[in-house]
Design a protein around this ligand. Structure first.
Ligand code: PGA
Length: 222
């Protein structure tokens, strides 16, 4: 059975995951890293950029991006990644990847994802694969659920400004990653984590497909 590894607090969880990622980077062999956005991974990025790691061997592949806002928009995921990671680690622009309609082919051509780090939505989404997403989905444009629009409105001035569409890696794209780390913070995520990991595997809870992943670690803190 999958276990949820409980960390004492957000700082510890961020440090723990950053250390795991840092060790992989430190090996120095090519590393294709699936990189999340949102509130949960911010602490992990903070820890990672303060370690003096050499990122020359790393390519980053973002999980998703909004459709309909400019890359320079304060809430775009391009901007998020620049502010939280890319500005600090000196990655060559050609090693920074964002979703497009041939993303799966690009990922495969570059050797596949080695480690993908995920948060989870309160509705069980991973990346922007909302409830009802096919387990065989690849990178595509999706409509955001009302729940996600509400959850993400905290980052915008008003709910009307939250984009209604996004481009996201599919569930199949994520499942092909050789290793997956799932992070959840706060009581509002605990129930969905338990249902996703210990309940029925169903497209109604997209994260539940992770039960079939052969190399998954799950971290949670209050
Ligand atoms: P959060 O979002 O980290 O901002 O809570 C996670 C997600 O929606 O995947």
């Amino acid at each position: 059975m999958i276990t949820i590894e409980y960390l004492k607090n957000y700082d510890e969880m961020s440090q723990y995951v950053a250390t795991l990622v840092g060790k992989l980077i430190d090996v120095g062999t090519p590393l294709n890293l699936g990189t999340p956005t949102g509130g949960t991974p911010i602490g992990m990025y903070k820890k990672l950029v303060n370690t003096g790691l050499n990122w020359n061997n790393v390519h980053t592949f973002n999980l998703d991006e909004y459709v309909g806002i400019d890359k320079k928009h304060p809430q775009s995921y391009h901007k998020f990644m620049w502010d939280n990671l890319h500005a600090y680690v000196g990655l060559n622009p050609y090693k920074i990847h964002f979703p497009h309609l041939e993303y799966d082919m690009e990922i495969e051509a570059l050797g596949g994802l080695d480690l993908t780090i995920l948060g989870i939505g309160t509705n069980g989404h991973i990346a922007f694969n909302e409830p009802g997403s096919s387990f065989s989905s690849v990178t595509r444009i999706v409509n955001l659920s009302q729940q996600t629009i509400m959850d993400n409105s905290r980052f915008f001035d008003s709910i009307n400004q939250v984009p209604t569409q996004a481009i996201t890696m599919g569930l199949h794209t994520i499942m092909k990653s050789r290793q997956v780390i799932l992070m959840g913070q706060g009581e509002k995520k605990l129930d969905i984590l338990k249902r996703a990991l210990w309940g029925m595997v169903t497209e109604d809870i997209p994260a539940s497909i992770l039960q079939y992943h052969p190399n998954l670690r799950v971290f949670y803190c209050d």
